[in-house]
Design a protein around this ligand. Structure first.
Ligand code: HMG
Length: 416
C-alpha cells in the first residue's frame, strides 16, 4: 500500500469533523416576496427557499469561520496543535492581500507550525481547499497532522435584484484527516472541469456580485456533465452503487435541476418531465437521493462555497446507521467556472456524531428580521469596513466573536 493510499481499514482520507455557523438573524422569504410584490410561491416553490441568513455589521467571514472552526475542534475533541494546514475558502474576503485564514489561525489558537492560506474561486474555494488537503495528506507531507478547511461567505447581490432571494451567509468547517470519522473521499474517482465564463463575478470595485442568472444555471449544468464524465471515465457508471447525490446548492431548485441533469447523464438520454413515465422516474430518484438533504440549505440560503457541505451536514445529521460504508456523490461548482465531481463513503462512526453536528437548535434561535430591519442591516453591513466602533449588542449579538470596527486600517475582533 502506498503512502497516498494510507487507510484505516480500507478508508481513504476524508472529512473527520464538520461544524456550521451562521449569522444570528434571518429574513423569511415570504416576507421578502410580499415586500417586493412577488408571489411568495416563486421564492418558496420556484426557488425552493424558505429563509435567508443575514449578516449584521459585526458578523463577517472571519467571525463565522472562527465560530465554525471552534465547534469542529471542540465537538470532535481535536487538539489545535494537531492542525498542520488551515485553509479558508471564501469569495467574500476582508482584505485584498491579507487572508481571512491568518486571522482565523490566531483566533483559534493554532500552532505556528501550521501553513495558512485562503482559496478563491467563487463557490469552489472550499473544494479547492479540501482537495489540496487530501493531496497534502496523501503525499505524506502532513506527517500525521490534520488540515482544517473552512468555507465562509456572505452572499450579497444587492436589494431589489433578481439575485436577492438567493442570498445567505454562513461557514462550514471541516477537519480533514487520514482517519475520517464522517466521510472518506475516493482519491481516484474524481473529475474536474474548467471553462472561462462570465456567469457570476464581483469586480474589485463592487460590493455586489453580478450574475447573469439564467446563463449561470446553464454553466452549472454543463460543468456537472463535464466533471461527472471526467470522474467516471475509468470506473464507469456508479449511479446504482450510490445512496445520495449532493450538489452545490445556490438555491434548492438548482439541486433539483442538477439531479435532472445527473439522471440524464445516467440514462444517456433526455428526460421529458411532461411524460408521466419520465416524471415518475425522476421524482422517485430525486425524492430518494437528493431532496432529503436540502432542508438546511432552504433555511439558510446560499452560503456560496460552503453550500455543498451544508447539504452533506444535513445528510449526516440524520444519523442513518444504514448509510455506513455506503457511497455518495458530491458535486462542487464555482462560477467563472471550475467544478469537481467525486465520490465519498460514509464512515462506520458517522451516525454517532449526528446529534452533535445538527445545527437545528441554533437555527431555531435566530432572530426574524422584518423587511425594513433587513434593508437597514444590509446597508449598515456595507458601511461596516469603515466604522471605527461597532457594538455587537446593537445588532442582537451577545456571544461569540464579533468584528468591532477598523482602527489604524486594522480590523478589530472581540470575544464576548
Ligand atoms: P428570476 O429570473 O427572478 O426567476 O431569477 P425565474 O423567472 O427564473 O423563476 C425562478 C423559478 O420560479 C422558475 O422555476 C419559475 O418557473 C418559478 P424553473 O422554471 O426554473 O423551474 N416561478 C414560480 N413558481 C411558483 N409560483 C410562482 C412562480 N413564478 C416563477 N408564482 C435566478 C432566478 C436564480 C436566475 C436569480 O435569482 C439569480 O440570478 N440568482 C443568482 C445566480 C444563481 O444563483 N445561479 C445559480 C447557478 S450559478 C451557481 O450556483 C454559483 C453561485 O453560487 C456563485 C458562486 O459560484 O460563487 C451563484
Amino acid at each position: 500500500m502506498t503512502q497516498s493510499q494510507r487507510r484505516l481499514g480500507n478508508m481513504p482520507a476524508g472529512i473527520d469533523a464538520l461544524a456550521f455557523a451562521c449569522p444570528k438573524a434571518y429574513i423569511d422569504l415570504e416576507d421578502l416576496a410580499h415586500a417586493r410584490g412577488v408571489d411568495p410561491a416563486k421564492f418558496t416553490q420556484g426557488l425552493g427557499q424558505r429563509k435567508m441568513a443575514i449578516a449584521s455589521p459585526v458578523e463577517d467571514t472571519v467571525t463565522m469561520a472562527v465560530d465554525a472552526g471552534q465547534q469542529a475542534l471542540k465537538v470532535f475533541d481535536i487538539d489545535p496543535e494537531s492542525i498542520g494546514t488551515l485553509i479558508v475558502g471564501t469569495e467574500t474576503g476582508i482584505d485584498h492581500s491579507k487572508p481571512v485564514a491568518v486571522y482565523v489561525h490566531e483566533l483559534l489558537g493554532l500552532s505556528q507550525r501550521c501553513r495558512t492560506f485562503e482559496t478563491k474561486h467563487a463557490c469552489y474555494g472550499a473544494s479547492a481547499g479540501l482537495t489540496a488537503s487530501l493531496d497534502w495528506i496523501g503525499s505524506g507531507r502532513a506527517r500525521g497532522k490534520k488540515a482544517l478547511v473552512i468555507a465562509s461567505d456572505i452572499a450579497n447581490y444587492g436589494l431589489n435584484t433578481p439575485g436577492e432571494p438567493t442570498q445567505g451567509a454562513g461557514a462550514v468547517a471541516m477537519v480533514v484527516s487520514d482517519r475520517p470519522r464522517l466521510l472518506a473521499i475516493e482519491p481516484t474517482t474524481m473529475g474536474d472541469y474548467t471553462r472561462q465564463v462570465m456567469d457570476f463575478w464581483r469586480p474589485l470595485y463592487s460590493k455586489y456580485a453580478i450574475a447573469d442568472g439564467h446563463y449561470s444555471i446553464e454553466c452549472y449544468l454543463d460543468a456537472l456533465t463535464g466533471a461527472r464524465e471526467a470522474a467516471l471515465e475509468q470506473s464507469g457508471e456508479v449511479y446504482g452503487s450510490i445512496i445520495a447525490c449532493l450538489y452545490h446548492v445556490p438555491f434548492v431548485k438548482m439541486a433539483k435541476k442538477a439531479h435532472h441533469r445527473e439522471l440524464e447523464c445516467v440514462l444517456d438520454r433526455s428526460l421529458d418531465l411532461q411524460s408521466p413515465n419520465d416524471l415518475a422516474l425522476f421524482n422517485e430518484s430525486f425524492d430518494r437521493m437528493a431532496a432529503p438533504w436540502l432542508d438546511l440549505n432552504a433555511d439558510v440560503g446560499n452560503i456560496y462555497t460552503g453550500s455543498l457541505y451544508l447539504s452533506l451536514m444535513d445528510l449526516l445529521r440524520q444519523g442513518h446507521e444504514t448509510h455506513a460504508n455506503q457511497r455518495l456523490s458530491l458535486f462542487s461548482y464555482g462560477s467563472g467556472c471550475c467544478a469537481t465531481y467525486c465520490l465519498g463513503t460514509v464512515a462506520e462512526t458517522a451516525h454517532q456524531f449526528a446529534q452533535l453536528i445538527d445545527p437545528q437548535s441554533m437555527l431555531d434561535q435566530r432572530r426574524r428580521l422584518n423587511v425594513s430591519e433587513y434593508e437597514e442591516m444590509i446597508v449598515a453591513s456595507e458601511n461596516a469596513p469603515s466604522q471605527t466602533s461597532l457594538k455587537p449588542q446593537d445588532y442582537g449579538v451577545h456571544s461569540g466573536l464579533s468584528y468591532v470596527g477598523t482602527v489604524d486600517h486594522q480590523r478589530r475582533y472581540v470575544f464576548m
